[in-house]
Design a protein around this ligand. Structure first.
Ligand SMILES: [Mn+2]
Length: 219
């Protein structure tokens, strides 16, 4: 059997749902290749418990806007996520430094021969290595210029994606996931009471666990 590649959507501290999802997938650490789409932390019950499950899965993760903000605050820059930072420090306790060190090693995107993963999306026609990290982790829509990446009266960025690689992203929970021939959106809003979604390759199967609770209001 081919090695499985399992891509996991935005967990946002929902450790019980992540545990249930890994069980449902019958994940074998070290055998399955596991990629997390970013935003593992904040909003939900325990970022630390999620990080521990992520470590046990022997997976890799890319940076979401929440990890990017976390790194901003950690390097002393003023940021609106300072409140989250204090909570993380408390939640992680003695493990905080190893968590920080780990997140510092996460890339902004991952790709191989026929697959690419980025947290929020791509600027049309641009490779991620030529794209601002905030755009990669926050983009929702495309205005034709790149001045406003959030305005929902503009078309979504993925309407412009013409790549042949399967592109997997998260971040946009209100979409409730996306399934197109060359694009899959994995954020199904677990922390908002939706579900946690994984994509299993090569069979291209979507596996979901429903949220046990609604942990916060959608934003
Ligand atoms: Mn996000």
């Amino acid at each position: 059997m081919d090695q499985r590649t399992i891509l996991i959507g935005d967990v946002h501290g929902c450790h019980r749902e992540l545990e249930a999802l890994l069980e449902k997938l019958k994940l074998v650490p070290g055998e399955d290749r596991v990629w997390f789409v970013g935003d593992l932390i904040n909003k939900g019950p325990s970022s630390r418990a999620v990080w521990e499950l992520y470590r046990q899965s022997q997976g890799q993760a890319i940076l979401g806007n929440h990890e990017l903000s976390f790194l901003e605050v950690a390097s002393g820059r003023p940021h609106k996520h300072e409140k989250y930072f204090k909570k993380l420090k408390k939640d992680f306790g003695p493990q905080f430094d190893s968590f920080l060190q780990d997140v510092r090693s996460w890339p902004l995107w991952m790709e191989d021969r026929d697959l690419m993963m980025v947290h929020a999306g791509l600027i049309p026609g641009k490779h991620p290595d030529a794209t601002d990290p905030w755009a990669l982790t926050c983009i929702r829509t495309w205005d034709g210029k790149g001045e406003d990446l959030q305005n929902e009266s503009n078309p979504p960025w993925f309407d412009f994606y013409e790549g042949t690689k399967l592109l997997v992203f998260g971040h946009w929970a209100a979409l409730g996931g996306l399934d197109r021939p060359n694009i899959i959106g994995l954020d199904t809003g677990c922390v908002y009471g939706g579900s946690l979604t994984a994509l299993v390759l090569p069979e291209r199967r979507l596996v979901r666990v429903k949220a046990f609770e609604t942990y916060c209001a959608i934003s």
